[in-house]
Design a protein around this ligand. Structure first.
Ligand SMILES: Cc1cc2nc3c(=O)[nH]c(=O)nc-3n(C[C@H](O)[C@H](O)[C@H](O)COP(=O)(O)OP(=O)(O)OC[C@H]3O[C@@H](n4cnc5c(N)ncnc54)[C@H](O)[C@@H]3O)c2cc1C
Length: 559
């Protein structure tokens, strides 16, 4: 008997709740211990930590989720069934209650032992991982979490919290106050002010008013399994594609690795609705899907993930190195991978984010050029990257409107590019001009710009806008520790030789030269967008994350 949601086209019902064969169970027996259970016995509750996995040898177990009106039945496991979902791998708090329905004998396996079996035994690994992922996906699609978010579509705080939960793959129930009048009345009765929206009910008891992501993460125990006192082999700062790749390779190669992420994993790529140039995905993959797979993969191998915490300082005058968090806590590691990425400089246009990937782009590659074939496009920026984009796009677009804030291009661009732009009939150069408005229904449809010389604002039917206004690295927390280039990106490997500020910021202390992705601090590596000279692509970020781990092994061997 089960009240689990209807099966999907993938037959997720069977794959989410497979029945193990005797042979498979016999491979699990050595790592488990036998436990006799009685009807009504509760084996785990929502919010519990360190919940073991139970494999049913006889008897049956109901999985239910308590809610404000009682409890909702999720599934009943019978002989050969097993408990658990993604929290078993991530180490986060349990979301459901497990209650024995029929007396019997269960095999109890700790989460650590299960994780090592999953990593060692390919067949069992596949069965458990697939089941855990499908169970979590079903919880998400049914909104069967331990958190209720009451907010408004028009409120930035609500969007941010929902994005945070979504990016963390955490199921939640959303109540839209714009449409749900009863909830609004409830909030009025409790005198919840407008500034206190969104309201979050966490674990059915704690009410948070307009919480930060960190408060929410604390309430849900996202970081509960992380021992901050442990000196680790490796700390990875930033969970974009490069950091996640480093985590997968580090953990799979036996390193004790912790990833620290300011927000939720995924990085810049997480905001890309479709990455079409990543190897192996001919029809494209959403940045978040790619990130979710990487997170699961890293956690499967035992990497730990701390979210909603920022690294604000590196204590680099001692080894192990020390990472200081915004709350003052200090974590130590023998080696560090910095993968904090870069932030694209964005002009202050209110609804810019709304159109990212839907007409607003930060890179002009073949894919984007095909999207706007035969149409008008806008390139914003006066630097070399903007110039190259304008020239490149002029080959496919009908017309390129190049908007530059300065009086003339020579202030910011190489001469050869200026020549190509001014001689190209498909490029219209508009100096002292700025975007002042974007309009469209999901996809960008119209753009308004202001010509500061004439004072005139005009609106144009243009569906493609390329923001080539540069990117700023997220390295403020590293100043004084590692050598940076003149724009603040981290210098690594041979680039350190030509750096002028190396001598000022640090002195390379070893006889050997710095390794390829190594910074001016031995054992500290930089990968992805944050690295000086990096190609700002998901594939290169992932590649660098993987290479860095190979180099980390060498650095650890000499430490
Ligand atoms: C809208 C959009 C679409 C894109 N589309 C494509 C595409 O189609 N193809 C492609 O190849 N590339 C694309 N890119 C570029 C690609 O996303 C980046 O090159 C890639 O994400 C870089 O990965 P990264 O890991 O180096 O950095 P990021 O992805 O920027 O990740 C860095 C992470 O570090 C975290 N962080 C920063 N500072 C700290 C700190 N002090 N403490 C803790 N954590 C910190 C950040 O929160 C972030 O999660 C796109 C980018 C954007 C914005």
């Amino acid at each position: 008997m089960s009240t689990w949601p209807a099966p999907s086209a993938l037959d997720s019902r069977t794959q989410a709740f497979p029945v193990l064969t005797d042979a498979q169970i016999s491979r699990l027996r050595p790592v488990g211990k036998l436990r006799q259970v009685q009807p009504g016995e509760i084996l785990f509750e929502p919010d519990d930590t360190e919940v073991p996995c139970f494999v049913l040898l006889s008897g049956s177990l109901e999985i239910v989720q308590p809610n404000l009106t009682g409890e909702r039945s999720i599934v009943t496991h019978n002989v050969g069934g097993f408990t658990g979902e993604m929290t078993m791998i991530s180490g986060r708090r349990c979301l459901v209650r497990g209650r024995v329905a029929v007396a019997g004998e269960f095999l109890e396996i700790t989460a650590d032992d299960l994780r090592s079996i999953v990593a060692r035994d390919a067949e069992l690994g596949e069965i458990f991982m697939r089941a855990f992922i499908l169970r979590r996906l079903a919880l998400i699609s049914e909104g069967l979490g331990n958190v209720v978010v009451m907010g408004s579509r028009h409120c930035a705080g609500t969007l941010h919290l929902r994005e945070f939960l979504g990016r963390n793959g955490h199921p939640y129930t959303y109540i839209d106050l714009d449409t749900d009048k009863t909830s609004q009345e409830l909030l009025d009765r409790f005198e919840v002010k407008l500034s206190e929206i969104p309201v979050v009910i966490c674990n059915g008891r704690t009410v948070l008013r307009n919480p930060s992501t960190q408060e929410l993460a604390n309430c849900l125990g996202f970081n509960v399994s992380i021992d901050e006192s442990q000196v680790r082999d490796l700390i990875i700062v930033g969970a974009g594609p490069s950091g996640l790749a480093a985590a997968v390779y580090a953990a799979s190669e036996g390193l004790d690795a912790l990833v620290i992420e300011t927000d939720a994993p995924g990085g810049q790529a997480g905001s890309s609705s479709k990455i079409e140039n990543y190897l192996g995905f001919p029809t494209g993959v959403s940045g978040q899907e790619l990130a979710n797979r990487a997170i699961t993969q890293a956690q499967k191998f035992g990497a730990k993930m701390m979210v909603a915490h920022s690294v604000v300082k590196l204590n680099c005058d001692r080894r192990p190195y020390e990472i200081v968090l915004e709350n003052g806590n200090v974590l130590a590691a023998r080696s560090i991978v910095i993968s904090t990425g870069a932030q694209y400089n964005k002009p202050p246009i209110a609804n810019l984010k709304e159109f990212e990937g839907q007409g607003v782009y930060y890179g002009a590659t073949y894919i984007e050029s095909q999207l706007c074939e035969g149409e008008d496009v806008i390139v914003v920026g006066g630097g070399n990257s903007a110039g190259q984009a304008a020239v490149y796009l002029s080959q496919t677009a009908r017309k390129v409107h190049m908007l530059v804030r300065s009086r003339e291009l020579s202030e910011t661009m190489s001469r050869y590019l200026i020549q190509r732009i001014t001689q190209n009939p498909a490029i219209e150069l508009l100096c002292k001009t700025e975007i002042v408005g974007l309009q469209g229904d999901r996809q960008l449809e119209r753009v308004s710009w202001l010509n500061r010389t004439s004072g005139e604002t005009s609106t144009h039917e243009i569906r493609h806008l390329f923001m080539m206004t540069g990117a700023s690295p997220r390295t403020e927390w590293l100043r004084g520790c590692v050598a940076l280039d003149d724009k603040g990106f981290i210098l690594t490997g041979r680039d350190l030789e030509i750096a002028t500020d190396v001598a000022q910021t640090s002195t390379w202390p070893l006889v050997r030269a710095p390794q390829m992705l190594e910074t001016s601090l031995p054992g500290v590596f930089a990968v992805g967008d944050v690295r000086s000279g990096n190609v700002k692509r998901v594939a290169s970020a992932v590649g660098e994350g993987a290479i860095a781990i190979h180099l980390v092994h060498r650095a650890l061997a000499e430490a």
